[in-house]
Design a protein around this ligand. Sequence first.
Ligand SMILES: Cc1cc2nc3c(=O)[nH]c(=O)nc-3n(C[C@H](O)[C@H](O)[C@H](O)COP(=O)(O)O)c2cc1C
Length: 211
Amino acid sequence: MNILHIDSSPFTENSASRELSAAIVTAWQQTKPAAKIVYQDYGTNPPPHLSAEAMTSLRSHQYRYLSDNALAEIAAVNQAIEQLEICDVLVIGSPMYNHSISSHLKTWLDLICQAGKTFRYSSTGPIGLLKNRPVFIASSRGGIYSYGEGLAHDFQEPYLVSMLGTLGLKDIHIIRAEGINMSHPGRDVVMANAMQQIREIFNLPAMTQPA
Ligand SMILES: Cc1cc2nc3c(=O)[nH]c(=O)nc-3n(C[C@H](O)[C@H](O)[C@H](O)COP(=O)(O)O)c2cc1C
């Protein structure tokens, strides 16, 4: 079993999405001890943006006479798609940035969304070419967006569900820590609730409260 684990918060200390994505991977490992993990830390090592040269080449399938930069970008596309194709489970740590995902994660999406490779066009719209498999999104955000006034401003979770769904990944589970930066109920409670959500999904024993 292969797990592709992606983080996209540039913060390595006190990152809620990193903490949760790591807990999800650990929970999978407890269920499948032989699982192999491929880890991509796009938060600190973002994928390359695609140049016009690379995008033109990918669309036309002409790979001759390319600059070294374009070749490196195309290699990054191929590697990202290959990692996705061979994984059985995808785990993504995603902080909300300006109502959407971090640009670090967006550049990865721009790599993997390739017509003819991960989706194809049809008369009724795009059709995903990836085999469906479970996707776990560790979503963190400073405020509340799952209900109330924030709902209309959530371009993070619905966007990820939409784009991954376009590629054929429709079995999406969201573990959400929202209100991280609000005083009530506070980060500790929000994180404890999200961790509890993970334990329930994986049938792990609940944390016992200290006496
Ligand atoms: C550049 C930036 C933009 C942010 N934009 C939002 C936002 O639009 N809405 C929100 O609720 N929180 C926003 N936040 C707060 C983060 O979503 C929150 O701190 C989250 O926990 C970050 O994930 P991390 O802890 O894994 O880094 C923003 C934080 C940063 C640094």
